[in-house]
Design a protein. Structure first.
Length: 255
């Protein structure tokens, strides 16, 4: 397929190279930042620009909108009306309706994975969630997704948004807790690497059965140990998080 990419950030870069490596042709890269557009276009051997009004001049099968969630509506407004081309966005949290109001054939392709430019991703094992506004578009979108991933799921916008919200609990929140733990250890001149084996073991166990894998003083309702921990924590933020999560765990295992 011939693909035009709208965006030049993490997702645009990783998906652009993934599709190119599978034999698809990237014909155009758009970005508000022309320097970034040129940089990505050069690596993808495509044209580039920062004028969305002329984007339909390129012979294209798919327009892939890979921008920040709050910029999708603005991009859609600036895009010209299209005929049979497919327009996709890559957001986990944004409803497909942002596209169906304007485009005849549209859909969503969202990867359940944190994407960073500097870390090249092999999409073969990354779950891709797709959604389309009609059966023909869904078939084409599924073919496109299967070219880069062996783990493709057709879901509704609501199902995808629930997955996106849940991903915050398994990705963003734990990473923030890792940072807080690292910061606490640094204050006491301790090495965060001491936790590496524990982190890996925790993740491996949680992937099997998170409820059964839970350990610690909150599960045992060990008030004495929890109070001792609270005295060691440096500020109100640490203590508030510790209390909130401990209560959630205690309530679950002591119903």
């Amino acid at each position: 397929m011939k693909i035009a990419i709208i965006g030049s950030g993490n997702v645009a870069t990783q998906l652009g190279h993934a599709f190119k490596n599978c034999g698809h042709r990237i014909v155009f890269v758009y970005s508000r930042n022309l320097y970034h557009a040129k940089k990505l276009a050069k690596s993808l051997k495509s044209e580039c620009g920062r004028n969305l009004k002329n984007i339909s001049d390129y012979s294209t099968d798919v327009f892939l909108i890979a921008v920040k969630d709050d910029a999708i509506t603005e991009v859609v407004k600036k895009m010209p009306g299209l005929n049979n081309e497919i327009v996709l966005h890559t957001s986990g949290a944004t409803d497909i309706s942002v596209l169906t109001k304007k485009f005849r054939n549209c859909g969503v392709m969202w990867q359940i994975q944190t994407i960073q430019q500097q870390n090249k991703k092999d999409f073969k094992n990354i779950p891709l969630v797709i959604e389309a506004n009609n059966s023909t578009t869904e078939r084409k979108l599924k073919e496109l997704a299967n070219d880069i991933s062996g783990n493709v799921h057709a879901l509704t916008s609501n199902q995808r948004q629930i997955l996106h919200a849940g991903a915050v609990f398994v990705n963003n929140f734990p990473n923030h807790l890792f940072y807080l733990a690292e910061k606490l250890l640094k204050k006491h001149k301790l090495d965060f690497k001491l936790y590496h084996a524990l982190i890996l073991s925790t993740i491996e166990s949680a992937m099997q059965n998170p409820k059964a894998a839970q350990t610690g003083p909150a599960k045992r309702n060990d008030v004495k140990t929890m109070n001792a921990h609270l005295k060691l924590l440096p500020d109100k933020n640490y203590k508030a998080i510790y209390k909130l999560l401990s209560k959630s765990i205690t309530d679950l295992y002591n119903e």
